[in-house]
Design a protein around this ligand. Structure first.
Ligand code: UN1
Length: 501
């Protein structure tokens, strides 16, 4: 049997293995596990003075780190990746304890961190600028990329470590120190990451001040938002948060990278491989208990398939084992809080008022006392009503139907968010039309909306905020670009043929 004391002890053991062993136990920041709501530890939040000192230290460290060659900076990230590999199961254990993810998903999250370290290490030798032909003889025109400054990272509870690593591994090779405000409910994973990064820095001779964790509530985040020493603020969270953060950072001409809510849809066309579709839909909609920003929330199904597909998904949903994520065979762990279930209930009530029909799920189910366990809900909707157009951070999958492909795409794009999207089809024309017309940052064919690899740029359009993190050329957001013109002639021709004197 898992008991309360065991969870606290397991957390303390995993933290100690990661190098965190001097935890204060009497602070005002109470850390609990969503598995049964019990307390893991009480931490001290970062004070205003400590916060200021951390940013000052990061800003001072920038001066030296920016001048360190990028491949040397890469050596830090290489070592971090090795330590993450060594402590993969410790970090995953902490993710399960703090977030309630099943171990396979928690391990997958840590694997994302290892992968992005590999990516960033390679990148440290590939921060390419371009050269362009100059219109003037004896001149070279080129662009070069330079470290930007201190990066502030605000991350959410649901991917407590992967999102940090996407930002931090890239920021570090780009020459930028990081100050990190993790979600208030996931400080332990943050302390573990910080300890591993500090150890990596000590081992490769990188400066200590490259990384700081700031624990606390929204006030800590606000301090990062308003501090002119934070050159880039990368914030993952709700659209409501983004509406506050974006304009405030812009008002001080800071740079912002926003990764906000998603309301991800998938279209299922008549030619779809339905067995594959059902498996993909079930993972995308019910995995992580519906608490990914990439979770599938809307299924837009050709009317000829709707009854069959809805029935198959309902059967699969009913067969999912829900409960303590540490128990063998469990695929759906707890919601993060009571509030999440209240939001889920409120959404289901609104869907009902709008004429929706609950096919299955949406109920509290047995699990350890003190945790919030729910069965994933499947709801057929007559229309894409307001509640369907909002993101509810819980496992609810709305099913809508279409007859005409253009209408399906219009329905798909008819929400304010634009993160991830999919089509299930064996018809190449439909697939290509969807890829061209989906207005999301991520558009997939014959896989679900969640579970993106780190090699691509991650992020979305519209109210999702427009930011891109992780792979591809997302690194450019973490650097500043300079355009350079070098005259290696002894003449001084002016551009555009201007004569002056
Ligand atoms: C998130 O939910 O904030 O694509 C990130 C995915 C994961 C990351 C999700 N690789 O589902």
């Amino acid at each position: 049997m898992n008991t309360t004391a065991q969870y606290a002890a397991r957390a303390a053991d995993a933290l100690a293995r990661c190098g965190v062993d001097n935890l204060a136990a009497d602070g005002s920041l109470v850390v609990t596990t969503p598995i049964d709501g019990t307390e893991l530890v009480r931490l001290h939040p970062t004070s205003a003075t400590e916060l200021d000192a951390a940013i000052t230290n990061a800003a001072e460290t920038f001066a030296g780190w920016r001048a360190t060659p990028a491949p040397v900076r890469g050596a830090l990230v290489r070592r971090l990746g090795e330590l993450l590999t060594e402590h993969k199961s410790d970090l995953a254990e902490l993710v399960t304890l703090e977030v309630g993810k099943i171990p396979s998903e928690a391990l997958g999250e840590v694997q994302e961190m290892i992968d992005v370290c590999d990516f960033a290490l390679g990148l440290s030798r590939q921060l390419y600028g371009r050269t362009m032909p100059s219109e003037r003889p004896g001149h070279r025109l080129m662009e070069t990329w330079h470290p930007l400054g201190v990066v502030g990272v605000i991350s959410a509870f649901n991917f407590p470590v992967a999102v940090w690593s996407w930002n931090t591994a890239i920021a570090l090779v780009c020459g930028d120190p990081v100050v990190w405000k993790p979600s208030e409910v996931t400080p332990l994973t943050a302390l573990a990451c910080d300890a591993l990064l500090r150890r990596a820095a000590a081992e490769v001779g990188a400066p200590e001040g490259l990384h700081h964790v700031l624990l606390g509530d929204a006030a800590v985040g606000e301090a990062l938002v308003d501090d002119p020493r934070i050159a880039l603020l990368s914030a993952t969270g709700s659209i409501r948060m983004g509406r506050i953060v974006g304009p405030r950072v812009a008002a001080r001409f800071g740079r912002c990278l926003l990764e906000l809510g998603g309301n991800n849809g998938a279209i299922v066309t008549p030619s779809a491989d339905l067995d594959l579709t059902v498996r993909a839909v079930v993972f995308a909609a019910a995995g992580t208990a519906g608490q990914r920003c990439t979770t599938l929330r809307r299924l837009i199904v050709h009317s000829s398939l709707a009854d069959d597909l809805t029935g198959r998904i309902a059967t699969a949903f009913s067969g999912l084992r829900i409960g303590n994520p540490f128990d063998e065979g469990v695929l759906v762990g707890p919601l993060i809080s009571d509030h999440s279930y209240e939001a889920m209930r409120a959404a289901l009530d609104r869907a009902d008022d709008d004429g929706g029909i609950l096919v299955t799920g949406g109920e509290r189910v047995d699990g350890p006392d003190g945790g919030v366990y729910v069965s994933p809900a499947l709801v057929r909707m007559p229309d894409q009503t307001d509640v369907v157009r909002e993101e509810t951070f819980a496992p609810i999958l709305y099913v809508l139907t279409y007859d005409d492909f253009d209408d399906a795409v219009a329905l798909h794009n008819g929400v304010p968010q634009g993160l991830s999207s999919s089509i299930f089809t064996l018809d190449q024309r439909e697939a290509e039309r969807f890829l061209a017309q989906s207005d999301c940052g991520i558009a997939n064919v014959n896989i679900g909306t969640s579970g993106a690899e780190i090699g691509g740029a991650f992020g979305g359009e519209k109210e999702t905020g427009g930011g891109r993190e992780s792979g591809s050329d997302s690194w450019k957001t973490y650097m500043r670009r300079a355009t350079n013109t070098v005259n290696y002639s002894d003449e001084l021709p002016l551009a555009q043929g201007v004569e002056f004197g």
